[in-house]
Ligand binder design. Structure first.
Ligand code: IMO
Ligand code: MG
Length: 376
Protein backbone atom coordinates (compact mmCIF):
# COMPACT_ATOMS: atom_id res chain seq x y z
CA UNK A 1 0.00 0.00 0.00
CA UNK A 2 1.38 3.39 -0.97
CA UNK A 3 -0.58 5.25 1.71
CA UNK A 4 -1.43 3.62 5.01
CA UNK A 5 -2.81 4.75 8.35
CA UNK A 6 -1.90 3.33 11.77
CA UNK A 7 -4.83 3.69 14.17
CA UNK A 8 -5.30 2.75 17.81
CA UNK A 9 -8.42 0.62 18.25
CA UNK A 10 -8.77 1.02 22.02
CA UNK A 11 -8.09 3.88 24.47
CA UNK A 12 -4.55 4.59 23.29
CA UNK A 13 -1.27 2.94 24.26
CA UNK A 14 -1.91 -0.07 22.01
CA UNK A 15 1.72 -0.21 20.91
CA UNK A 16 1.20 2.02 17.87
CA UNK A 17 4.76 3.35 18.19
CA UNK A 18 6.22 -0.09 17.64
CA UNK A 19 4.05 -0.81 14.59
CA UNK A 20 4.62 2.68 13.17
CA UNK A 21 8.34 2.39 13.72
CA UNK A 22 8.36 -0.96 11.88
CA UNK A 23 6.28 0.35 8.96
CA UNK A 24 8.14 3.66 8.87
CA UNK A 25 11.27 1.85 7.72
CA UNK A 26 9.51 1.25 4.39
CA UNK A 27 8.03 4.74 4.13
CA UNK A 28 9.25 8.02 2.68
CA UNK A 29 7.00 10.21 4.81
CA UNK A 30 5.55 9.71 8.30
CA UNK A 31 2.70 12.09 9.10
CA UNK A 32 1.14 12.86 12.49
CA UNK A 33 -2.38 14.12 11.77
CA UNK A 34 -4.05 14.88 15.11
CA UNK A 35 -3.52 15.38 18.83
CA UNK A 36 -0.43 16.87 20.39
CA UNK A 37 1.90 16.04 23.23
CA UNK A 38 -0.82 14.14 25.06
CA UNK A 39 0.49 11.17 23.04
CA UNK A 40 3.49 9.13 24.08
CA UNK A 41 5.28 6.80 21.70
CA UNK A 42 8.42 5.05 22.87
CA UNK A 43 10.99 3.87 20.37
CA UNK A 44 14.18 2.00 21.19
CA UNK A 45 17.11 2.34 18.79
CA UNK A 46 20.51 0.77 19.49
CA UNK A 47 19.58 0.42 23.13
CA UNK A 48 18.65 4.12 23.48
CA UNK A 49 15.05 4.87 24.45
CA UNK A 50 13.32 7.84 22.77
CA UNK A 51 10.00 9.01 24.21
CA UNK A 52 8.23 10.91 21.44
CA UNK A 53 5.14 13.02 22.15
CA UNK A 54 4.83 15.43 19.24
CA UNK A 55 7.36 14.22 16.67
CA UNK A 56 6.39 11.46 14.21
CA UNK A 57 8.00 8.05 14.70
CA UNK A 58 10.09 8.22 11.51
CA UNK A 59 12.43 10.78 13.07
CA UNK A 60 15.24 8.34 13.78
CA UNK A 61 15.68 7.51 10.08
CA UNK A 62 17.45 10.28 8.20
CA UNK A 63 15.78 9.46 4.89
CA UNK A 64 12.23 9.86 6.19
CA UNK A 65 10.41 13.20 6.07
CA UNK A 66 8.41 13.65 9.27
CA UNK A 67 5.34 15.82 8.98
CA UNK A 68 3.30 17.54 11.69
CA UNK A 69 0.09 18.13 9.75
CA UNK A 70 -2.63 20.79 10.06
CA UNK A 71 -4.83 18.67 12.33
CA UNK A 72 -2.31 18.74 15.17
CA UNK A 73 -2.06 21.06 18.14
CA UNK A 74 1.58 21.82 18.84
CA UNK A 75 3.31 22.80 22.05
CA UNK A 76 6.39 24.60 20.67
CA UNK A 77 8.45 24.16 23.83
CA UNK A 78 7.59 20.46 24.00
CA UNK A 79 8.55 20.05 20.35
CA UNK A 80 11.86 21.92 20.76
CA UNK A 81 12.72 19.88 23.86
CA UNK A 82 12.13 16.69 21.88
CA UNK A 83 14.28 17.98 19.03
CA UNK A 84 17.05 18.84 21.49
CA UNK A 85 17.26 15.18 22.49
CA UNK A 86 18.00 14.37 18.85
CA UNK A 87 21.05 16.64 18.69
CA UNK A 88 23.83 15.07 16.69
CA UNK A 89 21.37 13.06 14.58
CA UNK A 90 20.28 13.96 11.05
CA UNK A 91 16.53 14.27 10.64
CA UNK A 92 13.89 15.84 8.41
CA UNK A 93 10.87 17.57 9.85
CA UNK A 94 8.10 19.73 8.35
CA UNK A 95 5.37 21.56 10.24
CA UNK A 96 2.06 22.73 8.79
CA UNK A 97 1.52 26.49 8.74
CA UNK A 98 -2.10 25.65 9.64
CA UNK A 99 -1.42 23.57 12.77
CA UNK A 100 -2.61 25.22 15.98
CA UNK A 101 -0.34 26.31 18.80
CA UNK A 102 -0.83 25.22 22.40
CA UNK A 103 -0.46 28.37 24.53
CA UNK A 104 0.16 28.67 28.31
CA UNK A 105 -3.48 29.60 28.90
CA UNK A 106 -4.60 26.34 27.24
CA UNK A 107 -2.64 24.30 29.76
CA UNK A 108 -3.84 26.47 32.64
CA UNK A 109 -7.50 26.20 31.64
CA UNK A 110 -7.19 22.44 31.06
CA UNK A 111 -6.09 22.06 34.69
CA UNK A 112 -8.66 24.54 36.05
CA UNK A 113 -11.53 22.83 34.25
CA UNK A 114 -10.47 19.38 35.44
CA UNK A 115 -10.24 20.62 39.03
CA UNK A 116 -13.83 21.90 38.83
CA UNK A 117 -15.40 18.87 37.11
CA UNK A 118 -17.47 16.52 39.25
CA UNK A 119 -16.98 13.65 36.77
CA UNK A 120 -13.35 14.19 35.86
CA UNK A 121 -12.08 13.23 32.41
CA UNK A 122 -8.54 12.63 33.67
CA UNK A 123 -6.90 14.62 30.86
CA UNK A 124 -3.16 14.80 30.44
CA UNK A 125 -3.38 18.54 31.29
CA UNK A 126 -1.38 19.36 28.17
CA UNK A 127 -3.95 21.92 27.03
CA UNK A 128 -5.30 19.75 24.22
CA UNK A 129 -9.03 20.36 24.83
CA UNK A 130 -8.74 24.15 25.23
CA UNK A 131 -6.49 24.42 22.13
CA UNK A 132 -9.04 22.57 19.98
CA UNK A 133 -11.82 24.62 21.58
CA UNK A 134 -10.11 27.81 20.42
CA UNK A 135 -9.62 26.31 16.98
CA UNK A 136 -13.36 25.62 16.70
CA UNK A 137 -14.15 28.99 18.24
CA UNK A 138 -11.83 30.63 15.66
CA UNK A 139 -9.61 32.25 18.24
CA UNK A 140 -6.63 29.93 17.93
CA UNK A 141 -3.13 30.90 16.88
CA UNK A 142 -1.77 28.92 13.96
CA UNK A 143 1.87 28.11 13.21
CA UNK A 144 1.86 30.52 10.26
CA UNK A 145 0.79 33.33 12.57
CA UNK A 146 3.25 32.44 15.31
CA UNK A 147 6.19 32.85 12.92
CA UNK A 148 4.91 36.22 11.65
CA UNK A 149 6.02 38.71 14.34
CA UNK A 150 3.49 41.46 13.59
CA UNK A 151 0.55 39.09 13.23
CA UNK A 152 1.46 37.18 16.37
CA UNK A 153 1.70 40.39 18.41
CA UNK A 154 -1.68 41.59 17.18
CA UNK A 155 -3.44 38.27 17.80
CA UNK A 156 -1.87 37.64 21.18
CA UNK A 157 -2.82 41.13 22.40
CA UNK A 158 -6.44 40.59 21.47
CA UNK A 159 -6.66 37.02 22.79
CA UNK A 160 -4.93 37.75 26.11
CA UNK A 161 -7.47 40.44 26.88
CA UNK A 162 -10.19 37.78 26.71
CA UNK A 163 -8.18 35.06 28.47
CA UNK A 164 -7.29 37.43 31.30
CA UNK A 165 -10.91 38.35 31.87
CA UNK A 166 -11.58 34.59 32.22
CA UNK A 167 -8.62 34.19 34.59
CA UNK A 168 -10.01 37.02 36.74
CA UNK A 169 -13.39 35.30 36.80
CA UNK A 170 -11.76 32.09 38.06
CA UNK A 171 -9.58 34.01 40.53
CA UNK A 172 -6.44 32.72 38.81
CA UNK A 173 -3.18 34.58 38.11
CA UNK A 174 -3.21 36.71 34.94
CA UNK A 175 -1.20 35.89 31.82
CA UNK A 176 1.64 38.29 31.13
CA UNK A 177 1.82 39.55 27.55
CA UNK A 178 5.54 40.40 27.52
CA UNK A 179 6.59 37.09 28.98
CA UNK A 180 4.50 35.01 26.57
CA UNK A 181 5.37 37.19 23.59
CA UNK A 182 9.12 36.97 24.27
CA UNK A 183 9.28 33.23 24.90
CA UNK A 184 6.96 32.28 22.03
CA UNK A 185 8.81 34.60 19.60
CA UNK A 186 11.98 32.73 20.49
CA UNK A 187 10.26 29.37 19.81
CA UNK A 188 8.98 30.81 16.51
CA UNK A 189 12.50 31.75 15.43
CA UNK A 190 13.69 28.19 16.00
CA UNK A 191 10.70 26.51 14.36
CA UNK A 192 10.16 28.76 11.32
CA UNK A 193 12.65 26.94 9.03
CA UNK A 194 10.42 23.84 9.24
CA UNK A 195 7.08 25.52 8.51
CA UNK A 196 5.37 25.03 5.13
CA UNK A 197 2.15 23.99 3.40
CA UNK A 198 2.28 20.30 4.32
CA UNK A 199 -0.83 19.38 2.28
CA UNK A 200 1.11 20.39 -0.83
CA UNK A 201 4.17 18.50 0.35
CA UNK A 202 2.26 15.26 1.03
CA UNK A 203 0.29 15.43 -2.22
CA UNK A 204 3.43 15.99 -4.27
CA UNK A 205 5.02 13.01 -2.55
CA UNK A 206 1.99 10.86 -3.38
CA UNK A 207 2.15 11.98 -7.02
CA UNK A 208 5.80 10.95 -7.08
CA UNK A 209 4.71 7.48 -5.89
CA UNK A 210 6.38 7.90 -2.53
CA UNK A 211 5.10 5.88 0.42
CA UNK A 212 3.26 7.78 3.10
CA UNK A 213 2.48 6.47 6.57
CA UNK A 214 -0.09 8.35 8.63
CA UNK A 215 0.59 7.91 12.34
CA UNK A 216 -2.44 8.14 14.61
CA UNK A 217 -2.15 9.09 18.26
CA UNK A 218 -4.64 7.98 20.95
CA UNK A 219 -7.28 5.44 19.87
CA UNK A 220 -10.77 5.09 18.39
CA UNK A 221 -12.49 4.97 21.79
CA UNK A 222 -10.89 8.34 22.58
CA UNK A 223 -12.29 9.83 19.33
CA UNK A 224 -14.33 12.98 19.83
CA UNK A 225 -17.09 11.56 17.60
CA UNK A 226 -16.89 7.79 17.87
CA UNK A 227 -15.36 7.41 21.31
CA UNK A 228 -16.86 7.14 24.79
CA UNK A 229 -17.88 10.82 24.95
CA UNK A 230 -17.24 12.84 27.11
CA UNK A 231 -14.34 10.63 28.30
CA UNK A 232 -12.42 11.22 25.09
CA UNK A 233 -9.73 13.46 23.68
CA UNK A 234 -10.59 16.49 21.54
CA UNK A 235 -9.61 15.19 18.09
CA UNK A 236 -10.34 12.17 15.94
CA UNK A 237 -7.65 9.48 15.79
CA UNK A 238 -9.56 7.46 13.14
CA UNK A 239 -8.50 6.90 9.53
CA UNK A 240 -11.56 8.91 8.49
CA UNK A 241 -9.98 12.02 9.96
CA UNK A 242 -6.78 11.73 7.93
CA UNK A 243 -7.99 13.52 4.76
CA UNK A 244 -9.31 16.55 6.64
CA UNK A 245 -6.41 16.74 9.03
CA UNK A 246 -3.72 16.49 6.35
CA UNK A 247 -5.26 17.98 3.21
CA UNK A 248 -5.21 14.72 1.23
CA UNK A 249 -8.18 13.34 -0.73
CA UNK A 250 -10.03 10.44 0.97
CA UNK A 251 -9.63 8.23 -2.11
CA UNK A 252 -5.84 8.55 -1.90
CA UNK A 253 -5.79 6.67 1.41
CA UNK A 254 -5.35 2.97 0.67
CA UNK A 255 -5.84 1.30 4.01
CA UNK A 256 -5.64 1.42 7.78
CA UNK A 257 -4.00 -0.94 10.25
CA UNK A 258 -5.69 -1.02 13.62
CA UNK A 259 -3.45 -1.74 16.57
CA UNK A 260 -4.79 -3.58 19.60
CA UNK A 261 -3.26 -5.02 22.70
CA UNK A 262 -4.11 -8.64 23.51
CA UNK A 263 -5.84 -7.08 26.53
CA UNK A 264 -7.25 -3.63 27.21
CA UNK A 265 -5.87 -0.62 29.08
CA UNK A 266 -7.16 2.83 29.81
CA UNK A 267 -5.59 5.87 31.50
CA UNK A 268 -7.86 8.58 32.73
CA UNK A 269 -11.49 8.23 33.74
CA UNK A 270 -14.50 6.70 31.99
CA UNK A 271 -16.05 3.22 31.80
CA UNK A 272 -13.95 0.15 31.01
CA UNK A 273 -16.38 -2.83 30.92
CA UNK A 274 -13.74 -5.57 31.12
CA UNK A 275 -11.71 -3.88 33.87
CA UNK A 276 -9.86 -6.17 36.29
CA UNK A 277 -9.21 -5.28 39.91
CA UNK A 278 -7.70 -8.50 41.26
CA UNK A 279 -4.15 -9.87 41.22
CA UNK A 280 -4.49 -10.54 37.47
CA UNK A 281 -4.64 -6.78 36.89
CA UNK A 282 -1.48 -6.38 38.92
CA UNK A 283 0.20 -9.22 37.01
CA UNK A 284 -0.60 -7.72 33.61
CA UNK A 285 0.21 -4.15 34.67
CA UNK A 286 3.65 -5.04 36.01
CA UNK A 287 4.55 -7.46 33.23
CA UNK A 288 3.34 -5.11 30.52
CA UNK A 289 4.87 -1.99 32.17
CA UNK A 290 1.46 -0.39 32.01
CA UNK A 291 2.37 3.08 33.20
CA UNK A 292 1.77 6.20 31.09
CA UNK A 293 4.61 7.53 28.90
CA UNK A 294 3.27 11.07 29.17
CA UNK A 295 1.95 11.30 32.73
CA UNK A 296 3.42 8.25 34.48
CA UNK A 297 -0.05 7.25 35.71
CA UNK A 298 -0.74 3.55 36.34
CA UNK A 299 -2.97 2.31 33.52
CA UNK A 300 -6.22 0.53 34.28
CA UNK A 301 -6.19 -3.01 32.91
CA UNK A 302 -8.92 -5.32 31.53
CA UNK A 303 -9.51 -8.34 29.29
CA UNK A 304 -9.57 -7.98 25.51
CA UNK A 305 -12.91 -6.49 24.41
CA UNK A 306 -13.88 -7.53 20.88
CA UNK A 307 -16.97 -5.33 20.88
CA UNK A 308 -14.60 -2.37 20.94
CA UNK A 309 -12.47 -3.77 18.14
CA UNK A 310 -15.56 -4.35 16.01
CA UNK A 311 -16.64 -0.76 16.72
CA UNK A 312 -13.19 0.51 15.73
CA UNK A 313 -13.24 -1.56 12.55
CA UNK A 314 -16.57 -0.15 11.43
CA UNK A 315 -16.48 3.45 12.61
CA UNK A 316 -12.77 4.01 12.11
CA UNK A 317 -12.36 1.98 8.94
CA UNK A 318 -9.77 -0.76 9.42
CA UNK A 319 -8.38 -3.00 6.69
CA UNK A 320 -6.03 -4.94 8.96
CA UNK A 321 -5.25 -5.62 12.58
CA UNK A 322 -1.95 -5.74 14.45
CA UNK A 323 -2.06 -7.46 17.84
CA UNK A 324 0.60 -6.45 20.34
CA UNK A 325 1.77 -7.57 23.79
CA UNK A 326 0.39 -11.12 23.55
CA UNK A 327 3.47 -12.32 25.44
CA UNK A 328 2.39 -10.35 28.52
CA UNK A 329 -0.43 -12.89 28.98
CA UNK A 330 1.94 -15.89 29.22
CA UNK A 331 1.66 -17.66 32.56
CA UNK A 332 -2.07 -17.12 33.12
CA UNK A 333 -4.15 -20.33 33.46
CA UNK A 334 -7.17 -18.86 31.74
CA UNK A 335 -7.84 -15.86 29.52
CA UNK A 336 -11.14 -14.14 28.98
CA UNK A 337 -12.30 -12.37 25.85
CA UNK A 338 -15.39 -10.18 25.79
CA UNK A 339 -17.60 -11.02 22.79
CA UNK A 340 -20.79 -9.05 23.62
CA UNK A 341 -22.39 -6.95 26.33
CA UNK A 342 -25.48 -7.50 28.47
CA UNK A 343 -27.46 -4.27 28.77
CA UNK A 344 -30.83 -4.19 30.56
CA UNK A 345 -31.26 -7.94 30.02
CA UNK A 346 -30.47 -7.72 26.31
CA UNK A 347 -27.34 -9.00 24.57
CA UNK A 348 -25.76 -6.40 22.29
CA UNK A 349 -22.61 -6.35 20.18
CA UNK A 350 -22.10 -2.64 19.76
CA UNK A 351 -20.90 0.30 21.83
CA UNK A 352 -23.94 2.26 23.02
CA UNK A 353 -23.98 5.99 22.27
CA UNK A 354 -25.00 7.03 25.78
CA UNK A 355 -22.22 6.94 28.31
CA UNK A 356 -24.60 5.81 31.07
CA UNK A 357 -25.65 2.81 28.96
CA UNK A 358 -22.02 2.01 28.29
CA UNK A 359 -21.33 2.22 32.02
CA UNK A 360 -24.14 -0.28 32.63
CA UNK A 361 -22.82 -2.81 30.08
CA UNK A 362 -21.73 -6.13 31.53
CA UNK A 363 -19.23 -8.12 29.49
CA UNK A 364 -20.18 -11.52 28.07
CA UNK A 365 -17.01 -13.60 28.11
CA UNK A 366 -15.55 -16.54 26.30
CA UNK A 367 -12.94 -18.28 28.40
CA UNK A 368 -9.83 -19.59 26.72
CA UNK A 369 -7.06 -21.79 28.03
CA UNK A 370 -3.82 -19.94 28.75
CA UNK A 371 -0.23 -21.01 28.07
CA UNK A 372 2.79 -21.19 30.32
CA UNK A 373 5.76 -21.01 27.94
CA UNK A 374 7.56 -17.76 27.16
CA UNK A 375 6.45 -16.65 23.69
CA UNK A 376 8.38 -13.38 23.71
P1 IMO B 1 -1.13 7.61 22.87
O1 IMO B 1 -0.87 8.24 21.54
C1 IMO B 1 -3.71 6.99 26.27
C2 IMO B 1 -6.52 10.19 27.36
C3 IMO B 1 -6.29 10.88 28.68
C4 IMO B 1 -7.73 11.21 29.05
C5 IMO B 1 -8.35 11.59 27.73
C6 IMO B 1 -8.40 13.07 27.45
O2 IMO B 1 0.09 7.46 23.72
O3 IMO B 1 -1.88 6.33 22.72
P2 IMO B 1 -6.52 14.83 26.76
O4 IMO B 1 -5.27 15.26 27.48
O5 IMO B 1 -6.26 14.24 25.42
O6 IMO B 1 -7.57 15.91 26.72
O7 IMO B 1 -7.13 13.66 27.70
O8 IMO B 1 -7.54 10.95 26.72
N1 IMO B 1 -5.35 10.17 26.45
C7 IMO B 1 -4.58 9.10 26.20
N2 IMO B 1 -4.61 7.87 26.74
N3 IMO B 1 -2.82 7.26 25.31
C8 IMO B 1 -2.79 8.47 24.73
O9 IMO B 1 -2.03 8.72 23.65
C9 IMO B 1 -3.67 9.48 25.20
N4 IMO B 1 -3.89 10.77 24.89
C10 IMO B 1 -4.93 11.18 25.65
O10 IMO B 1 -5.70 10.01 29.61
O11 IMO B 1 -8.41 10.07 29.52
MG1 MG C 1 0.34 6.87 25.57
Amino acid sequence: MQTLVVVGTQWGDEGKGKITDFLAQRSDLVVRYQGGNNAGHTIVLDGVKYALHTIPSGILSENITNVLANGMVINPKGLLDELKKLEGRTYQIKISDRAHIIMPYHMAFDAIRESKLKDKIGTTKKGIGPAYTDKAERSGIRMGELINKALFKEKLTEILEHKNSLAKLYGEPLFDFDEIYQTYSEYAKQLSPFVCNTSKLINEAIEQKKKVLFEGAQGTLLCLDHGTYPFVTSSSPTAASVPLNTGVAPWLIHGAIGVTKAYTTRVGEGPLPTELFDEKAHYIREKGHEYGTTTGRARRVGWLDLVLIKHAKRSGGLSGLAVTLLDVLSGLDELKVCVAYKLNGETIDEVPGLIDDFKACEPVYQTLKGWQEDIQ
